[in-house]
Design a protein around this ligand. Structure first.
Ligand SMILES: O=C[C@H](O)COP(=O)(O)O
Length: 253
């Protein structure tokens, strides 16, 4: 893998200002594990405050509005999150696809807005359990990505893909190493076809779904796993840093 493993904490709808001490602890400790690139995506309300704390770690958002600033009560644009200090945005997360019925068209518009605002993108994909049980996981995930991968060569340098089987999110279940490896290889082939091998190599493919310190080493050492998108275990500095340490040591091995 060309780049350092990328460990991203997605705080989801968690965190008040009391979480700033966790962010500070993550940031200070991350300076000791430079073999991994570390970032967190707090809720909108904490982006600026976490950005002010962060000397080492990256800060991002969990979503953005699919268009420019204007009369959209309650929405937050890509320009606004960039101004608050975000350097990336997570798009197409399965919780947004489910809770807000986000379509590929909406996700594509968000991707365009994010690129226009100078942000990096973490584009999520993943199948449900019935889809996996029908043997259609790979086709589903690749179709989901084909519908949303930005079709411009230089988008690859600002793109990260996160494979998150929906049934593994927040459930304590993780996909088997063989299933993760097979899916990540399939995603890599699609990225190679879309961007050409040279540009595709710049895109890290993260795994997400119940990653914790106890399973991080095994998952992060798999071929084509370029890091992890971490939900529940990113809410305490101790558990999140356990994953960062595993990533750093995997890189050394
Ligand atoms: O964005 C993160 C994923 O949805 C994984 O969440 P989780 O680690 O709580 O399973």
């Amino acid at each position: 893998m060309a780049e350092r493993p990328y460990i991203v904490g997605n705080w989801k709808m968690n965190g008040t200002r009391a979480m700033l001490s966790e962010a500070r602890a993550i940031d200070r400790a991350a300076q000791r594990y430079m073999k991994a690139e570390v970032a967190v995506a707090p809720p909108y309300t904490l982006i600026h405050a976490v950005h002010r704390e962060a000397e080492q770690i990256g800060v991002g958002a969990q979503d953005c509005f699919p268009g420019d600033d204007g009369a959209h009560t309650g929405d937050i644009s890509a320009t606004m999150i960039a101004d608050a200090g975000a350097k990336f945005v997570i798009l197409g997360h399965s919780e947004r696809r489910a809770d807000h019925r986000e379509t590929a068209d909406q996700i594509n518009a968000k991707i365009q807005s994010a690129l226009d605002a100078g942000l990096r993108i973490i584009l999520c994909c993943g199948e449900t359990l019935p889809t996996r049980e029908k043997g259609e996981a790979e086709k589903f995930v690749l179709d989901q990505l084909r519908a949303s991968l930005p079709q411009i060569e230089d988008a690859a340098e600002r793109l990260t893909v996160a494979y998150e089987p929906v049934w593994a999110i927040g459930t304590g279940k993780t996909a088997t190493p063989a299933d993760i490896e097979a899916m990540h290889r399939a995603i890599r082939r699609l990225l190679d076809e879309t961007y050409g091998e040279e540009h595709s190599a710049q895109v890290r493919i993260l795994y997400g779904g119940s990653v914790k310190p106890e399973n991080a080493r095994e998952i992060l050492s798999l071929p084509e796993v370029g890091g992890a998108l971490v939900g529940g275990a990113s809410l305490s500095a101790e558990s999140f840093l356990g994953i960062v340490v595993a990533a750093s040591e995997t890189e050394e091995a």
